[in-house]
Write a protein that binds this ligand. Structure first.
Ligand code: BES
Ligand code: MN
Length: 453
C-alpha cells in the first residue's frame, strides 16, 4: 500500500521538485539572495501544505532558515530532517545541455542545478512523508525539519541557530539526504564526512608593480614565492607538510576494512572512469578509500596575481594570492588545523614577504557509528529496498552543521543519501537519477514506519 502510494504520487512530487529547482537560489552570489529567500518561502509553504503544525522562517537579515515541526506523540521517537535550499553557481553556462534552472528529464535522470544537491535529495524525505500521510493519515513519528541556505558557502548561521535552539531541536535521530552511494547497485550509507578550512593567502612583495628589466634580479616576486610555498606545503607524492593533520586520523573499523579489501565496487577503476584520468594522484601507499574519505587533503583552487591579459607585459607583480583549502579527518577540529596551516605557511614562505591569511569558511567533520540502533534501522530499510546489505562509506565532502548536530544535540546523524558518483555536483549538467529518487523515498518511508513501531 505504502509502496504503491509512493509510486502513484511520484509524478506529482517530480512536478513540485521542478518548480523548486526553477528558483536560482545561489547563495554565493549576492544578486541571487532574493532567490535564496524565495526558495526558503517555497519550502515554508510546502511544509505548511503538508500539515506541519508549526512552521517558521527566520534569518530575515541574512539568508533564511526554515524550521517546521509536527510532534503530537509523547511516546514516539522524534526525527529531525536537515537539508539546504541553496545551490552552487551554475557557470560555465555554455556547458549545460539544457538550462540549469529549467529541470529537464533525459535518460531517466533529472538535470538541473540542485537536482541532487540538495533539493532533489530533500524530496526523498518529503516524498516519503507525503506518502505516509496519505496511507496512515499522519506521520508515524514526531517530525522536525530544519532547512538552511548557506551550506554551499560555509556560513555558520545554522550552527548558531542549532546552538541557540538546542531544546527545540531535541530529537532521537537526525536524518540527512545530502550524500551519495558507491553506485546504483551498491547501496551504501555514509559513515563520516571530512571537515574543511578554506583560506585565501595573500602575499605582498614590493610596494607597487615593477619593470621586470629594471628590477629583475633584485626584486621580490610574490607570484613565484607563492608557488614555492604551495610546493613546500604539499609534495608531489601527495604528502602534506603539516604533521598535525595526520595526528587525528580515526582508525578503520572491521566492517569497512572488510569492504575495502573485498573491493566489490572496484574503487580505483571507478575513480579513473569518473575523472577520466590515466592514473590516481596523491598518496599511492594509501588506499583510495582512505584518501577520499579519511585522510587530510590540501588543494589549490585558484591563484590570483600578475599579468593575465592578452599579449605580454614585462612586470613583476607587487601582490599575489591563492585560494587554498584543507579537508580534515573526521573528528579534527578546524581551529587547530587553521593554526597548524598558519604555522606551516610562515615556516615555508620565502623570506621578505608580507603574508596575510584570511579564512572564508570552516567546519568540522563527523562520524556516525555503524552499529547505532538508528543506523541499524536505516541499514535494514535500505537492504529491503535494494535487496542487498548496504556498505559503510566514508565521504570526503563536508556538511558542516552535522558536526554541530552531533556535539550539541547529541543525537546520531544518519547520512542516508541517494546520490550517485557521476551526478556532477557543483559542475555543469548536475543530475539526479529518478530511480534513486524513488528508491530513496521507499527506503525513507520504510525507515520512518519502522521507527514509529
Ligand atoms: N552535498 C555536499 C557534500 C557532499 C558531497 C558530501 C559529496 C558527500 C559527497 C555539500 O552540499 C557540499 O558540497 N558541501 C561543501 C561545504 C563547504 C562549502 C563548506 C563542500 O563539501 O565543499
Ligand atoms: Mn554541495
Amino acid at each position: 500500500m505504502l509502496s504503491k502510494t509512493i509510486d502513484a504520487q511520484f509524478e506529482t512530487r517530480l512536478t513540485e521538485l521542478k518548480d523548486w529547482l526553477a528558483i536560482p537560489s545561489i547563495s554565493a552570489l549576492p544578486e541571487h539572495h532574493a532567490d535564496v529567500r524565495k526558495a526558503g518561502v517555497w519550502a515554508q509553504k510546502y511544509l505548511e501544505s503538508m500539515g506541519f503544525t508549526h512552521v517558521e522562517m527566520t534569518g530575515t537579515a541574512g539568508l533564511p532558515i526554515v524550521y517546521a515541526e509536527h510532534c503530537p506523540y509523547p511516546d514516539k521517537p522524534t526525527v529531525l530532517f536537515y537539508g539546504h535550499v541553496d545551490v552552487q553557481p551554475a557557470d560555465p553556462l555554455e556547458l549545460w545541455k539544457t538550462p540549469p534552472f529549467e529541470a529537464t528529464i533525459r535518460d531517466g535522470k533529472l538535470f538541473a542545478r540542485g537536482a541532487n544537491d540538495d533539493k532533489g535529495q530533500c524530496m526523498v524525505w518529503l516524498g516519503a512523508l507525503q506518502a505516509l500521510k496519505t496511507v496512515h493519515g499522519h506521520f508515524p513519528v514526531n517530525v522536525k525539519v530544519i532547512l538552511e541556505s548557506e551550506e554551499e558557502i560555509g556560513g555558520h548561521a545554522v550552527d548558531d541557530y542549532v546552538k541557540a535552539h538546542a531544546e527545540k531541536l531535541k530529537c532521537d535521530a537526525v536524518i540527512v539526504c545530502d550524500t551519495s552511494m558507491y553506485n546504483e547497485n551498491t547501496p551504501s550509507i555514509c559513515t563520516s564526512l571530512r571537515g574543511i578550512v578554506y583560506t585565501e593567502i595573500s602575499v605582498q612583495g614590493g610596494k607597487t608593480d615593477m619593470h621586470s628589466g629594471h628590477y629583475g634580479g633584485v626584486a621580490p616576486n610574490p607570484l613565484h614565492a607563492l608557488t614555492l610555498l604551495i610546493s613546500r606545503l604539499k609534495n608531489e607524492d601527495g604528502h602534506i607538510n603539516i604533521p598535525e593533520l595526520y595526528q587525528a586520523i580515526p582508525p578503520v573499523t572491521e566492517d569497512e576494512k572488510a569492504f575495502w579489501e573485498a573491493d566489490p565496487v572496484n574503487f580505483t577503476q571507478s575513480l579513473h572512469e569518473e575523472m577520466a584520468t590515466p592514473q590516481l594522484y596523491g598518496e599511492n601507499e594509501h588506499s583510495p578509500y582512505a584518501r577520499t574519505g579519511l585522510r587530510p587533503t590540501l588543494e589549490v583552487h585558484g591563484i590570483i596575481g600578475g599579468f593575465v591579459g592578452e599579449g605580454s607585459k614585462t612586470v613583476i607583480p607587487a601582490k599575489a594570492s591563492v585560494k587554498l583549502s584543507l579537508r580534515l579527518p573526521p573528528g579534527m577540529a578546524p581551529q587547530p588545523a587553521l593554526e597548524a596551516l598558519t604555522k606551516a605557511v610562515h615556516n615555508h614562505m620565502p623570506q621578505g614577504y608580507k603574508v596575510d591569511i584570511k579564512t572564508h569558511g570552516m567546519g568540522a567533520g563527523m562520524a556516525t557509528e555503524w552499529d547505532n540502533p538508528y543506523m541499524l534501522k536505516a541499514r535494514k530499510a535500505m537492504a529491503t529496498v535494494y535487496g542487498k546489505e548496504p556498505a559503510p562509506m566514508r565521504m570526503g565532502g563536508s556538511v558542516p552543521v552535522c558536526a554541530v548536530f552531533d556535539s550539541v544535540l547529541k543525537s546520531p546523524v544518519l547520512l542516508v543519501g541517494f546520490g550517485l558518483p557521476d551526478d556532477d555536483l557543483h559542475a555543469p549538467n548536475e543530475k539526479y537519477s529518478l530511480n534513486q529518487l524513488k528508491k530513496g523515498m521507499h527506503t525513507m518511508a520504510l525507515l520512518l514506519e519502522d521507527l514509529g513501531r
